[in-house]
Design a protein around this ligand. Structure first.
Ligand code: ZN
Ligand code: ZN
Length: 330
């Protein structure tokens, strides 16, 4: 766990309480599109990371097949530096399909190569330029959120400063509340920044544009937050509330962890297939702090066309909520 980061605070601290996406008209939700009613406890929207590789029609078919009410996607190839380019026909089809499927919240995830805190100039420069393109693409698609991992750097405090200056260079004058840039917590592997809420809060406070937080349960557990115990969950909820306020966590990545608490190893597992278990994860999701957030599972999948794993994970989540006496989702 990293110590309290030291960063100069910005002249303007904004974006602490971005509006939840529920019910608010947005550029991605054209007129005549109404949002489908919520049927998960705590008004949660639940879905998966889905592939856009076969186009919007296929993506939303998979969305329906899994009974999703939220989704996450990459805007381009996640392991290359190519600019994310959607042709007009793809954009139109995406908007139409999204509307036909109840206007779910859409979370775009930036590619894994980005490291705005990199000590390597070439990586950092490319990351800054590519994040800007990803943000513009997310805006075109009408995504509600764009998720970025906190970077990594051997010198923790200098790394956080590099994150702030990199984000400013990339997005100042471009980023606004929609899509909202979300900083995601890390597992604290090697030189990872952002394993604790304080790191992310320090970066957010130093930025002149609104941001939010994407909280990954596997990363948090690996970083030492024991979500498998009620004391550990209370401690984490307290830290999240102090660092980000009542509505700072905008999206949850819901993954069980293959490795034990504090292992600093990031390997996602099926719900009940790791060290936390669906019941503990459901208890975390029932926190009032997370009311109404999109919950995205990034659990292993046998293949884009095989919904069996995803359906099994949703069944375990429904049963887990039922154990806590909450109305199960679909
Ligand atoms: Zn992520
Ligand atoms: Zn992960």
């Amino acid at each position: 766990m990293s110590g309290q980061p030291r960063l100069a605070s910005s002249p303007r601290s904004v974006g602490q309480s971005p509006p939840r996406s529920g019910g608010v008209p947005s550029p991605g939700r054209p007129g005549g599109c109404s949002r489908r009613a919520v049927d998960w406890p705590n008004d949660l929207r639940v879905g998966f990371h889905l592939s856009i590789a076969d186009g919007p029609v296929e993506l939303f078919r998979r969305f329906s097949e899994r009974g999703c009410s939220a989704l996450q996607l990459f805007l381009g190839s996640p392991r290359t530096w190519e600019a994310p380019a959607w042709r007009p026909e793809r954009l139109t089809a995406f908007r139409e399909e999204r509307c036909r499927h109840g206007s779910p919240p859409v979370v775009a995830h930036t590619r894994y190569l980005l490291n705005l805190a990199s000590a390597t100039d070439l990586v950092r420069t490319r990351s800054i330029a590519t994040l800007r393109l990803e943000y513009q693409a997310a805006a075109q698609v009408g995504a509600d959120f764009l998720v970025l991992h906190m970077g990594s750097h051997a010198d923790h405090d200098h790394g956080l400063e590099q994150m702030v200056s990199g984000l400013r260079e990339s997005l100042e004058g471009v980023a606004g509340p929609h899509p909202l840039l979300l900083l995601e917590n890390t597992a604290g592997e090697a030189n990872d920044l952002g394993a604790c809420p304080a790191d992310i809060a320090a970066v957010r406070h130093a930025l002149p544009f609104p941001t939010g937080v994407c909280w990954d349960t596997c990363h948090a557990f690996a970083a030492g937050f024991d979500l498998a115990s009620s004391e550990g969950r209370d401690r984490l909820i307290g830290e999240l509330a102090r660092a980000f306020g009542a509505a700072g966590v905008a999206v949850v990545h819901l993954n069980d962890s293959l490795f034990p608490c504090g292992s600093h190893r990031d390997r996602h597992a099926h719900l009940d297939g790791g060290h936390m278990g669906a019941a503990n994860l459901a208890a975390f999701l029932l926190s009032p702090l997370l009311r109404g957030v999109p919950v995205i599972l990034e659990t292993p999948q046998a293949g884009a066309d095989d919904p069996a794993d995803d359906r099994a994970n949703l069944s375990r989540l429904r049963r887990a909520f039922a154990r806590w006496g909450r109305k199960p989702g679909r």
